[in-house]
Design a protein around this ligand. Sequence first.
Ligand code: 5GP
Ligand code: MN
Length: 341
Amino acid sequence: MQNFETLKSLLSSPKRIVITAHANPDGDALGSSLGLYHYLKQLGHRITVIMPTEIPDFLSWMKDYDQVLVYENTRLFSSNIVKEAEIIFSLDYNSLSRTELMRSVLKESTAFKVMIDHHLDPDDFCQAVLSDTTASSTCQLVYEFIEMMGDATLFNKDILNALYVGILTDTGGFRYATSSRLFNIVASMLEYGIDNNKLSDLVFNAYTVKSFNLLAYCISECLEIMEDCNTGIIALSQADHKKYNIQRGDLEGVVNFILKIQKIRCAVLITERREIVKLSMRSKGDFSVQEICANYFNGGGHKNASGGAMKKPLKFVVNTFKELIQTEYKAELTKDVVLEF
Ligand code: 5GP
Ligand code: MN
């Protein structure tokens, strides 16, 4: 970790600390933030966790969920806390733009900034950086950070439950982005008494009747398969958003369902928001949606899970995506993959 010693010495006396993660926080964003919070609390720091936008309901059971400030609902109050912070942690994001409306207050802050993240191509806005794209999740990196601090004895159920959530969500229940390094960590967590069955149930069986019906609608009415390109698209208009009263979090995981179809290697969920059209992409194997998001949709993420956005009408964005796939990526998406086991 870059500048680890400076950070370690800063953390050796009580500080005012703010922990942030990306807008539209997911299990890894919130899990890593709360995991780090439960750790740093034991060192005697004054810590505030601030998420740029609202946290999905399915995570509301997490310990100290109700202590987390949501910046979009508490702008003035949260801005003042950021301004007074001596250390700011940037978790699970690689660019200040991912914090959306928090961006300017974070940029202006003179606090010592620390990035812990696993996304590709990190921007240079932090003094201490733990950036590792081979890690399953930011939660894994927070676990390793606590070990690096020499504080493995401080692990407790609150920390480990929180970190386990992000590991579960970012690996899709140990289906991707795993490694022996991760499984060693998970083994230690289980030895500590973390309950995989219970946490998996809380995280993965979390549909409401409304979001389950919405998933059914997306699959039955909105899914378009580009069979000659092994690609699937679900596009939702503003009218769909109104008709189904779609709220943040209701579409969580929908894009992943497209990849369940045999042969599909690239999947996208395109949603028309009030001012922008957002793309959420997934892929299998070597096909990189990070490249597509970074090059054409002002976004990024990971090779197999990325996002981006465009300030254009929905139809235009859908057509742009389809054309790109047809002209630039068809060959790569249809080349034979030899499965050797
Ligand atoms: P999701 O599709 O679940 O929103 O995000 C998938 C991955 O892409 C996550 O790691 C997320 O952080 C990243 N991502 C999503 N949207 C954007 C975006 O607009 N810009 C960038 N740089 N990354 C994004
Ligand atoms: Mn993550």
